[in-house]
Write a protein that binds this ligand. Structure first.
Ligand code: CMP
Length: 196
């Protein structure tokens, strides 16, 4: 069996060049996975260790917020159901009410925008549910489930299309990049609060 998880090729002495191809492990992952196996024995323990490493490389986290309008309208279960149905794991979750200052801190990238005052008033107007979502490509998956910021432009079947009432009161927030996700998760959760 080839040394690269995901490759079904049978080979006695496989090399990366002969194993790469459509549906197989991309080179950027195989570089760190394929170490000394080509000249050694491949055990099932070895393979499962490598598969775990592969999963780790693909794993992402993102921050999700169910905004005050979503909580007030009893949409917590609906939103969580959509995440779980999409195979997203909820690694941490809590309900809290942001102060105006905390809302301003969270959205400080928008502080020059004309909607900043109104947005931070809204975000501190009632309880929110904050979650750490975990999974492969979860930042994009979550954004696909949420839909466009402006619910009028959101695709059918997305959370914002189905439930938002206003560009501001758009039910959910989700991080837009790995760097933002890291900052936003740390704004609400310590590493101890995130379950593995
Ligand atoms: P969110 O994804 O949380 O990111 C910033 C938020 O600002 C956005 O969702 C909306 O709630 C709000 N927002 C963005 N654009 C506007 C706008 N043009 N007018 C009012 N609120 C906005």
């Amino acid at each position: 069996m080839c040394c690269i998880p995901g490759c079904l090729r049978l080979a006695r002495n496989p090399h990366r060049d002969s194993c790469e191809g459509p549906g197989r492990l991309p080179a950027r992952f195989s570089d760190s996975l394929q170490t000394d196996v080509c000249n050694g024995k491949i055990t099932s323990t070895y393979v499962s260790l490598k598969i775990n490493k592969y999963k780790e490389l693909l794993m992402e986290r993102t921050l999700s917020i169910i905004k005050p309008d979503g909580v007030q309208r009893n949409l917590i279960g609906e939103v969580v159901k959509r995440f779980e149905k999409a195979g997203i794991r909820i690694a941490a979750m809590k309900m809290l009410r942001l102060t105006k200052q905390q809302a301003m801190g969270f959205y400080k990238v928008h502080q020059e925008r004309p909607f900043f005052e109104s947005l931070t008033d809204f975000m501190s107007s009632g309880p929110v549910v904050v979650m750490v979502l975990e999974g492969g490509d979860v930042i994009q998956k979550n954004r696909d489930l949420m839909g466009a910021t402006n619910y009028k432009e959101a695709a059918e079947g997305t959370i914002r299309h189905d439930f938002a009432t206003d560009i501001e009161k758009n039910v959910v927030h989700g991080s837009d990049s790995p760097a933002t996700a890291a900052t936003e998760i740390a704004y609400f959760f310590s590493e101890l609060e995130i379950c593995r």
